[in-house]
Design a protein around this ligand. Structure first.
Ligand code: NAD
Length: 432
């Protein structure tokens, strides 16, 4: 099939690469010329595990092309995917629809023949109606349907998740459109569940899913706090909890709180929709507040460890919001570093992939290290903020020799507490 994707970011690019790999002819469109120039020149604009090889393969085969021209990407497309950002409004925190509305208006005039316009972006309920209205207004003759096709990929696993989706949710109000999407996803027919629902249900499913996952994270974090006070071990508790199939064992990892470009934004957008509809979404409201507070408390936990040291040096390992990605949007690590910076501390940080994005957010307020050990030289505390595997494999004897004071605050529980303490470190993890 011929596919145009509007928005070539963390969702649009892996989706484009994946659809091309399945044999489709894909054009990725972005309004940022520098992004498109880089991609045309064979340079990936994001880091995602496993993306590079498939990107080159499909680009060189000619099945995957890049353009800034809406005309080039949309004309003759069977399916147009909208994958532009829906960032939080700075004041109300509702999803800001300006990019979606612009994309709908810009694509309208280039539709030719029957086209399915599918929204992959996470959008408030009723957006499908709005997109349909905008296209109809600009191009009354166009033959098209708008469907909601929410995206569930996880950053860091985007390629894996594209080829192994848990489920595909299709919100289509016409059989004609549903059939086109069914055809697009034929390669997944046997290995995944495809659920056809009405457009508003599909839009709601995405928010309901992300809000639930955010609540699950917040819940296990609160349980971790309780374990710290009660002498229980959060991993034993999580294991016992997860053995109940109604609860499930996934997403029961305690940490510094959720972050990233989705959970914070989507919980806030859902809470806003609840308020707009006079529905009391108290669990989601409490999760948002609790998660914000947690990140503040995690910063304070690190400061507590150096409270008796004048101008302490803090080594921060990890800036991305999780491992496997270079994305720092709403990263707990960035928020924690910001809390630390309110006090008189020196920070030297390292992240294997996210340094350029972190520099854009933190500028010269901190120092950036060449590697883990460079960050640790002369440090009074090591704060592990992102769960990169390599941080769990540090040479701890070398670490101890490099640090001024051997203290570790491990907010991802990457290290073995007993081993670390045996080596003479003061160690604090989460929930045990
Ligand atoms: P992103 O910011 O990485 O990418 C969006 C891209 O769209 C940018 O490159 C931007 O230049 C481009 N763009 C904006 N308006 C445009 C227009 N009119 N024409 C052409 N290009 C335009 O965003 P993302 O992380 O890929 O997220 C996209 C959407 O997918 C959001 O709604 C997000 O909530 C949702 N989503 C994201 C993830 C994730 O893990 N990042 C997962 C599921 C769903």
């Amino acid at each position: 099939m011929k596919i145009g994707i509007i928005g070539t970011g963390y969702v649009g690019l892996p989706t484009g690469v994946g659809l091309a790999e399945l044999g489709n002819e894909v054009t990725c469109i972005d309004r940022e010329a520098s992004k498109i120039d880089a991609l045309k020149a064979g340079k990936l604009t994001i880091y995602e595990d496993g993306l590079e090889e498939l990107f080159h393969k499909n680009r060189l085969s000619g099945r995957l092309t890049f353009t800034t021209s809406m005309k080039e990407g949309i004309e003759n497309a069977d399916v147009v995917l909208i994958a532009v950002g829906t960032p939080p409004h700075p004041i109300t925190k509702e999803a800001d629809m300006k990019y979606i509305h612009a994309a709908a208006t810009e694509l309208a005039e280039f539709l030719q023949g029957y086209t399915v316009v599918a929204t992959k972006s996470t959008v408030p309920v009723g957006t499908g109606d709005a997109v349909e209205g905008l296209i109809r207004k600009k191009n009354p003759q166009a033959d098209f349907d708008v469907v909601s096709l929410p995206e569930f990929l996880r950053e860091g696993f985007a390629v894996h998740d594209f080829f192994n989706p848990d489920r595909i949710i299709v919100g289509a109000n016409s059989k004609r459109a549903a059939d086109v999407i069914k055809k697009l996803y034929t390669p997944f027919e046997k290995k995944t569940r495809m659920l056809f629902v009405n457009r508003r249900s599909a839009e709601t499913i995405k928010y309901a899913s992300n809000a639930f996952l955010a609540m699950k994270i917040h819940y296990i974090n609160e349980m971790a706090d309780f374990c710290e006070k009660s002498g229980a071990d959060i991993y034993e508790v999580a294991k016992g909890l997860g053995l109940d199939s109604r609860i499930g064992e996934k997403f029961l990892n305690p940490g510094p709180g959720y972050g990233g470009s989705c959970f914070p934004k989507d919980t806030n957008a859902m809470a806003y929709m609840g308020r707009q509809n006079n529905v009391n979404l108290s669990l989601i409201e409490a999760t948002i507040k609790g998660n914000d507070l947690r990140q503040q408390q995690m910063g304070e936990r690190i400061l507590e460890a150096v409270k008796n040291i004048k101008s302490p040096k803090i080594a921060v390992l990890g800036l991305a919001f999780k491992n496997g990605t270079d994305d720092c949007r709403q990263s707990p690590a960035i928020k924690i570093v910001s809390t630390l910076l309110e006090k008189n501390v020196n920070i030297k940080a390292f992240d294997p992939k996210a340094m350029p994005n972190a520099k854009n957010l933190l500028g010269d307020k901190i120092q950036y290290a060449q590697d883990e050990y460079d960050a640790l030289s002369g440090a009074d505390v090591l704060a592990i903020l992102t769960e990169w595997k390599q941080f769990g494999e540090l040479d701890l004897t070398k670490v101890k020799n490099l640090m001024r004071t051997p203290t570790i605050i491990d907010l991802r529980n990457l290290l073995n507490p007993e081993e670390v303490r045996k080596l003479g470190f003061t160690y604090r993890g989460i929930g045990r």
